[in-house]
Ligand binder design. Sequence first.
Ligand code: C5P
Length: 236
Amino acid sequence: MKKSPIIALDFHSTKEALTFLEAFEGGINVKVGMQLYYKEGPAIIAKLKEQGYDVFLDLKLHDIPNTVKSAMEVLAGLGADLVNVHAAGGQTMMEAALEGLDKGTPSGQQRPSIIGVTQLTSTDERQVREEQLIGVSLEQSVLQYAKGSKAAGLDGVVCSVHEATSIETTCGKDFFKVTPGIRLADSGNQDQKRIATPEQARLAGSTHIVVGRAITAAADPRAAYDVITAQWEGLK
Ligand code: C5P
């Protein structure tokens, strides 16, 4: 995946997604999540690849190891550049995911990168303590998931900007820290709890930022993308 912001294409249809992308040059990073993938299936990945986009297929697999392995074997053939699983599925499940991905990658092609989702950016400290009954801080929980992801051989994690620095210290600079929950200083949180600006992400050591509504719901999405890219690259 290139280093440029990854736009979350949280749309209902291929038509809506492609119409939205008309304002952008091909070659940018996009993310296909459950909403679009469950509606359009593998064809949406093929279409976006055909048009030159780098694609993060964000399906957050979480099941028994054998099921995740088989599913990854199938996903490996779709052409996505990056896929993910929930680190909460455990180390054996993550190892199985990697095995399936290796097995399903067509010969001569590069295996998609794979990352573990730690704690969702919509989760806060209270939920970790009171709902999940985890007796450590949210940051420690995220870090533990990051260590498990690394030990399983994954390429990185999804985390919030607030944990990126400690993950860099523990897991290294090259280990992907893909951070959603990105907002410009003047925009609202919506359902996200652990938010940060593109500049904070860069300073904290995020390797990639995922941006949805701050771009897709903006009055001028292209202008919003340009502002976010400039902040992310440190030009502004
Ligand atoms: O609109 P917004 O920028 O909040 O969208 C963030 C995107 O990143 C959504 O598509 C969401 O599913 C995804 N995501 C997330 N938190 C994670 C993993 C993925 O918000 N931990």
